[in-house]
Design a protein around this ligand. Structure first.
Ligand code: NDP
Length: 299
């Protein structure tokens, strides 16, 4: 039987509708209150432009004021840090993200940049303090968006995560590692694989839940998947397609057609994890705004 498709687009819409309601309730109690997100971009990579447009649209739909701050390609690390200091100290700004990768003519240390954002405004959940919290199962900070989206999609299937074997392909700082941490705290038994892992397809076949974040177009074949598994595909890979106006199309890290014949649930690309990443950013921004409002109202 073919797998059920987990529509990230639909789940994201439901989350965004709920957030719109939350913002409207907050504003009915505190009319001058307006959640505000600063999106800082260095340079003008086209893929970053596309992602930023999606974030701006979602924010507008929810009632978050999102400010797109464009810095030129010749922006230095010091100039970027100065901008972040200003945003950190601005009481009107509740959430700050720096769109990665940085498109700069100069050497900029991206870890230094993500760590420069105050933890309570780090709605991407990428600074070391928030990462550390997630790794020890403390969710009082911010959980990174793509990993949170993966877990949300798994939960929406209704399948219990606790006790399942989860395999995560990829150990990057923004996807693989935090997904593995989150699944561990959801009480799955987690195996993390990477480019040095031997017998990858044997390990993936043990997975009740398989999360793939390697950036290799359609590498995971149907024969790698345990029948009935949940497959979450984070990959976004452009491949040539002469039938398209743009001469390319996007595919995931999983060979979708083959995998859908074996899995019980599967996320499509596009329309799977991508929209959830945006929805989770919006959720974190509303949470940041709510926390900062509560602090202001505290006697
Ligand atoms: P990275 O390149 O940072 O990390 C890739 C990881 O995959 C590394 O841990 C690497 O191993 C591992 N890997 C690479 N090749 C292989 C292989 N042949 N076998 C096993 N493991 C391998 O990528 P990201 O984590 O940033 O992104 C992964 C994918 O997810 C990309 O397609 C990206 O576009 C997409 N993405 C999607 C998002 C969304 O919103 N949907 C958000 C972020 C990313 P090692 O550590 O040994 O090098």
């Amino acid at each position: 039987m073919a797998a059920q498709v987990i529509s990230g687009t639909e789940v994201a819409r439901a989350i965004e509708n709920d957030l719109r309601q939350q913002v409207s309730e907050l504003r009915s109690k505190s009319p001058h209150f307006q959640p505000r997100l600063a999106i800082v971009q260095v340079g003008g990579r086209e893929d970053s432009n596309v992602y930023i447009r999606m974030k701006l649209k979602a924010a507008e739909n929810i009632g978050i004021v999102a400010e797109h701050i464009r810095l030129p390609r010749d922006c230095t690390q010091t100039e970027l840090l100065t901008k972040l200091t200003y945003l950190n100290e601005s009481p009107q700004v509740h959430g700050i993200i720096v769109q990665m990768p940085l498109d700069s003519e100069h050497q900029i240390d991206s870890h230094l940049i993500t760590d420069a954002v105050f933890s309570h405004k780090d709605v991407d959940g990428l600074n070391t303090e928030n990462e550390g919290r997630v790794s020890i199962g403390d969710f009082s900070g911010f959980v990174p968006c793509t990993p949170a989206g993966c877990v949300e999609l798994i939960k929406r299937t209704g399948v219990t995560i606790a006790g399942k074997n989860a395999v995560v392909l990829g150990r990057s700082r923004i996807v693989g590692t935090p997904v593995a941490e989150l699944l561990k705290w959801e009480n799955a038994t987690v195996t993390v694989c990477h480019s040095k892992t031997k017998n990858l397809s044997e390990i993936t076949k043990t997975a009740d839940i398989l999360v793939v974040a390697i950036g290799r177009a359609e590498m995971v074949r149907g024969s790698w998947i345990k029948p009935g598994a949940i497959v979450i595909d984070c990959g976004i890979n452009p491949i040539p397609d002469l039938t398209k106006k743009s001469k390319q199309r996007l595919v995931g890290d999983v060979a979708y057609e083959e995998a859908a014949k074996v899995a019980s649930y599967i996320t499509p690309v596009p329309g799977g994890v991508g929209p959830l990443t945006v929805a989770m950013l919006m959720r974190n921004t509303v949470l940041a705004a709510r926390r900062q409002l509560e602090r202001q109202l505290r006697p």
